[in-house]
Ligand binder design. Structure first.
Ligand SMILES: Nc1nc2c(c(=O)[nH]1)N[C@H]1C(S)=C(S)[C@@H](COP(=O)(O)OP(=O)(O)OC[C@H]3O[C@@H](n4cnc5c(=O)[nH]c(N)nc54)[C@H](O)[C@@H]3O)O[C@H]1N2
Ligand SMILES: Nc1nc2c(c(=O)[nH]1)N[C@H]1C(S)=C(S)[C@@H](COP(=O)(O)OP(=O)(O)OC[C@H]3O[C@@H](n4cnc5c(=O)[nH]c(N)nc54)[C@H](O)[C@@H]3O)O[C@H]1N2
Ligand SMILES: [Mo]
Length: 772
């Protein structure tokens, strides 16, 4: 048994915390001393509320008719019927039988184990790794590729620059930006709220100090975003607010100005890119009769043409860094803003220099722009998946609704599989997926839904078998992240809640029942796995020149942050220095023959402006005149700890805050603190109104993460009482190239909710009945 030291550490995606203990257990969590700007997400008693929340799951539970009729129960009662609490043996026997039955009838392809979600930090108890290891061990399952974060970006980048460097790692350092940049233009801003987190852990929050150092060095920031507070006040950024979804038009207007005024770097374009001529013909209007002038762009994006022209000139005159947030590609045609930004940076000719060029995600998660130690931390081995069937992750509802039907993806014609059993551990699709009413219809299709959860989230409520899992502080783990130089113990500070078990132990038990127990566990328990993973980490660290202490000293000691240089090579400096890219031409592909060969009008051979299905310039905006921005929440990580005090303190009359410009509120007779109904043809949610001039008129903004709380679960298309923006978001692929999420392409209307707002039920457990 591993001992917990007197001053234990708890590692989360939002930072390291020291547990303050008394004789009975933990009383509060304090920030790790090494972090100058700790995130409040885990401070105090937020995490400890896992132990006091009525929403905590204490025992396995099965939907009533599934307990009675197994796979014959049908999906209609999912989310509607009461649960029956059962013992572990009953629940696991049911799951093992069902898996065996589906495998026997349709093969492993009928199991969906994509199981997207952040789950918790920690290398061993990482739910995704555990479920994938389990599924691979029983013969595989249908999986997902990509993510909701940057699915379109990660798909387009290899075609344009040969790989994904600069998307999640490899960006030019903040150190270089402070030293050499004169102008930083941030599309989507660089919100501090988002840099609170990083998957796998955070040793030190760096965005604030990095941006302030730039400011002190005289760097000028321009934040291009519909929301002013996407950038810290202290950096004194100029705020330019284009219509959401119009960034490509704006960038084309800048490109046209550069071209018309001869400010583009022709030598760089000739030497390092291919296809600029065809793009230039498009910009000039030679290929489609429409010149993409600053005036043309102004009419689309809403910024003054004069400012578009002067910005182009400032960019050409200065050492300019173009920063693109991940949010920009989370919209229809989301491939285009990234391709266009690279093209614009190529026209400026500063790619590969210190402080010039482009980079992604600087304000999307913590650690971007901080150099990394050159080593890959180990992860739980997952084996390989014998089933080759995958879907782009955001095509979940499409897959469930359209089995056997074809779709396009990266030049291939693929077919959706027929899914009989959905198995989820560590994610909350009723938080993350677009168009919840459509998801609800899709979710009724499979014969069985199994969910591992610690809390009665909407996903757990819409499962047939719910298996209670421990939370981080109830188990031992090791934290290390691909975007941090950290390796830290995460100690168990309390015993598991109720009958909850670790994901690993649940899968080990199921693996045993399915005849592959020893292969799954390799004979190791938690401690043996941690020692095993740590030994691998120490070996890799040694390879990179760092000597880690032995496991026992590590376990009893402080978090370890490996020292690194403050600056690494600028993005694409090796390429500019002569090393070809992994693209067909070896150069930056402003025109891609490969993409052109796919013949997709929603993603042709060079960057283009395409009017999104929903935006403030669309005819639809007459009925639904407000653009809804649904962004990452400041008071939680997605839907995690929505029931915690930090998240709930920010709610307005219990509802998720929706921010709106004073002119839009006045036009609707709305006041601060009103409960409002946000709706379009797809659905409706309630929210609590915050009137604020940090938004541009015509835009409303709500964070994701409020737990879906249906007014009447027995009805289709019912109202969400609480504030989940995915009630109204659009569930279409970005394009046939990437098929990624289009969550930010969304128009709505907002009105006052008349009468007494209905009480919330989402933080209470669902209805239970006894066994018949
Ligand atoms: N409209 C709109 N939608 C969006 C976005 C947006 O900007 N707008 N953002 C998208 C993005 S980028 C993302 S990444 C997704 C995020 O979507 P998710 O990653 O699905 O969101 P989370 O709330 O983090 O869900 C994690 C769930 O896992 C549970 N969990 C935590 N630890 C463990 C564990 O150890 N074991 C088990 N079994 N469960 C655990 C938590 O209780 C929680 O319910 O949302 C996407 N959806
Ligand atoms: N606290 C906290 N931090 C998080 C997360 C969390 O849940 N909580 N989630 C993490 C995850 S998984 C991810 S993927 C990242 C997401 O990181 P991002 O995708 O970078 O962040 P978002 O908050 O979705 O959006 C950033 C801003 O983009 C702006 N924006 C929206 N549409 C447009 C547009 O059309 N044009 C322009 N110019 N700007 C636009 C909005 O004003 C929004 O505030 O955040 C991570 N960080
Ligand atoms: Mo994400």
């Amino acid at each position: 048994m591993l001992e917990t030291p007197a001053r234990p550490t708890v590692a989360t995606h939002w930072g390291l915390y020291r547990a303050r203990m008394d004789a009975r257990g933990p009383v509060a969590l304090d920030p790790f001393e090494g972090d100058a700007d700790p995130s409040p997400l885990g401070l105090g008693s937020v995490l400890l509320q896992a132990r006091t929340s009525p929403a905590r799951i204490g025992r396995p539970a099965v939907r009533r008719s599934v307990l009675e009729r197994g796979l014959q129960a049908g999906g209609e009662g999912r989310g509607r019927e009461p649960f029956v609490e059962v013992d572990w043996d009953t629940a696991l026997a049911l799951v093992a039988d069902a898996i065996g039955q589906v495998k026997g009838e349709v093969g492993n392809e009928g199991l969906y184990g994509g199981s997207y979600g952040w789950s918790s930090a920690g290398r061993f108890h990482h739910a995704q790794s555990q479920i994938h290891r389990f599924m691979n061990g029983i013969g595989g399952c249908t999986r997902s590729v990509q993510n909701y974060s940057h699915g379109a970006g990660e798909t387009i980048l290899p075609y344009v620059v040969g790989d994904r460097s600069g998307l999640v790692t490899g960006q030019t350092s903040w150190e270089d930006i402070a030293a050499e940049s004169q102008l930083v233009v941030m599309f989507g801003g660089a919100p501090w709220r988002n840099a609170q987190v990083n998957s796998g852990g955070v040793s030190r929050h760096v965005l604030r100090e990095a941006m302030l150092a730039c400011r002190r060095a005289g760097v000028r920031f321009v934040s291009i975003s519909p929301v002013r507070d996407d950038t810290l006040d202290e950096v004194e950024a100029e705020w330019l607010a284009p219509r959401p979804g119009s960034d490509v038009a704006l960038m084309l207007g800048i490109a046209h100005t550069l071209l018309a005024q001869g400010l583009h770097d022709a030598a760089f374009l000739a030497r390092h890119t291919t296809g600029f001529d065809r793009f230039a013909a498009y910009v000039r209007g030679e290929s489609d009769g429409v010149a993409k002038s600053a005036d043309w762009a102004a009419a689309l994006c809403g910024l003054p043409a004069e400012r578009i022209r002067s910005l182009a000139q400032e960019m050409a005159r200065s050492r300019t860094m173009l920063m693109m947030s991940w949010s920009l590609q989370r919209a229809q045609y989301g491939e285009q803003p990234y391709w266009m930004a690279i093209t614009l940076a190529a026209m400026l000719g500063q790619i590969g220099t210190r402080g010039g060029g482009f980079g992604f995600g600087y304000g999307s998660v913590n650690g971007i722009g901080r150099p990394l130690v050159p080593l890959a931390w180990p992860a739980l081995a997952q084996g390989s998946n014998p089933v080759k069937q995958t879907i782009p992750v955001a095509r979940l509802s499409d897959m469930l609704l359209h089995p056997g039907e074809p779709y396009e993806f990266e030049g291939q014609r693929l077919t959706y599989p027929g899914i009989r059993l959905v198995y989820w551990a560590g994610g909350n699709p009723f938080h993350h997926h677009q168009d919840i009413n459509r998801l609800l219809r899709a979710w009724r299709k499979p014969q069985l839904v199994v969910v591992h959860e610690s809390f009665w989230t909407a996903t757990a409520r819409h499962a047939d078998v719910v298996l209670p899992t421990t939370v981080t502080m109830e188990r031992n783990d090791i934290a290390c992240s691909a975007r941090d130089n950290l390796i830290a113990p995460s100690h168990r500070i309390v015993q598991p809640w109720g009958e909850s078990r670790n994901d690993h132990d649940i899968f080990a038990d199921l693996a045993q029942r399915l005849g592959v127990g020893p292969a799954f566990t390799e004979g190791r328990d938690e401690e043996a796995w941690l020692r095993h993973l740590y030994a691998q980490a120490a070996e890799r660290a040694r390879g990179a020149g760092f000597e880690l202490p032995g496991f026992d000293a590590f376990w009893a000691g402080d978090p370890i942050v490996l020292p690194v240089a403050r600056s690494g090579p600028p993005l694409l400096s090796a390429f500019v220095g002569g090393q070809p890219l992994k693209t067909p031409s070896g150069r930056i592909e402003i025109f891609s023959e490969t993409i052109a060969g796919f013949d997709y009008d929603d993603c042709p051979g060079h960057p283009v402006w395409r009017e999104p299905a929903e935006w403030l310039g669309a005819p639809l905006s007459r009925d639904f005149p407000l653009h809804l921005v649904s962004n990452a929440p400041s008071t939680k990580l997605h839907s995690q700890y929505d029931h915690g005090e930090l998240s709930r303190a920010a709610k307005v009359r219990g509802r998720e805050p929706l921010r709106m410009h004073p002119s839009d509120a006045q036009a609707r007779g709305l006041a601060d603190g009103d409960v409002v109904r946000v709706f379009n043809r797809r659905g409706a949610l309630l929210a609590g109104l915050v009137v604020s001039d940090v938004l541009m008129p015509g835009v409303v903004q709500i964070a994701t993460g409020a737990w879906y709380d249906p007014l009447d679960a027995a009805q289709d298309d019912t109202l969400d009482k609480h504030g989940n923006p995915n009630m109204v978001t659009l569930d279409i692929g970005t394009s046939r190239l990437s098929q990624a999420t289009s969550a930010l392409t969304c128009l709505v209307q907002v009105e006052r909710f008349e009468g007494e707002p209905p009480p919330l039920g989402c933080y209470e457990p669902p209805a239970f009945v006894g066994r018949a």
